[in-house]
Design a binder for this molecule. Structure first.
Ligand SMILES: [Zn+2]
Length: 244
């Protein structure tokens, strides 16, 4: 285990790889707990894949409807629909067609509380999707992300990939980039991949999640806004993919 400060340093010094070496010529399957995670964690990868003729599928576990609780203007059900549209708009920035996106509509914020039965059912659904897509690479949020939905997404992906030898599971950090000081986490192993070419597209995709930048719901008592320190961390010339 290492401190969060050392962890961030380790992420920034991971060995460099290329998407070609990680992906080959087959499908990429991205699992995102919420609309915005795919842009923040994998925007560079998705843009690269779209412009290099690779097939991409993105599965959102939730619609992200719980980010602004208590709003009278935009109730949760409406916010979920807005966030789905934002995901489609973000994908457009990356060159990914809307037909490559799918939503499981699981309850946002409640994934850690799912029953064992629900866990098994969702794991089986993911296995079916993976079996059908036959991807060479599955990406999911890092287990070090301090967000229950992100951690459960990781656990589900690990379970769904169990025994599947032909396909690699890699984890993308989102909130791990801004772990609080004093936390201890496992030493990261993985790669940095240059995304300089896709940087503008990634910026556009992240910005397309307008509700997460305080531009849609203005009356929520617990209004969520993506913090600048996270956005600054993500706006680098590379993305990180960790061995899961
Ligand atoms: Zn998320």
């Amino acid at each position: 285990m290492i401190s969060s400060a050392d962890y961030h340093l380790a992420l920034e010094n991971l060995p460099v790889a290329t998407f070609e070496s990680l992906v080959g010529d087959r499908t990429i399957f991205v699992i995102a707990p919420h609309p915005d995670d795919e842009s923040m964690g994998c925007g560079g990868l998705l843009a690269w894949a779209a412009s290099h003729g690779r097939r991409v599928e993105v599965l959102f576990l939730t619609d992200g409807e719980a980010s602004h609780p208590g709003s009278a203007v935009v109730p949760a059900i409406q916010l979920g629909k807005i966030r789905m549209r934002e995901a489609i708009a973000a994908a457009e920035h990356l060159g990914v067609p809307s037909g490559s996106l799918d939503f499981m509509h699981l309850p946002d914020g409640s994934l850690p509380g799912m029953s064992d039965h629900a866990f098994s059912t969702i794991t089986e659904q993911l296995r079916l999707v993976i079996g059908k897509l036959a991807p060479c690479m599955v990406c999911v949020t890092a287990s070090t992300d301090p967000h229950g939905d992100h951690q459960m997404a990781h656990r589900l992906a690990v379970a769904a990939m169990s025994g599947l030898e032909h396909c690699r599971l890699l984890a993308y950090p989102v909130w791990s980039w801004v772990l609080p000081a004093g936390e201890n986490v496992a030493d990261p192993h993985g790669f940095r991949v240059d995304i300089a070419e896709a940087r503008e597209k990634k910026r556009g995709a992240i910005a397309a999640h307008a509700s997460q930048h305080g531009r849609v719901v203005t009356d929520s008592p617990k209004a969520f806004v993506l913090p600048k320190r996270l956005l600054d961390r993500l706006d680098r010339g590379y993305e990180v993919y960790l061995e899961a």
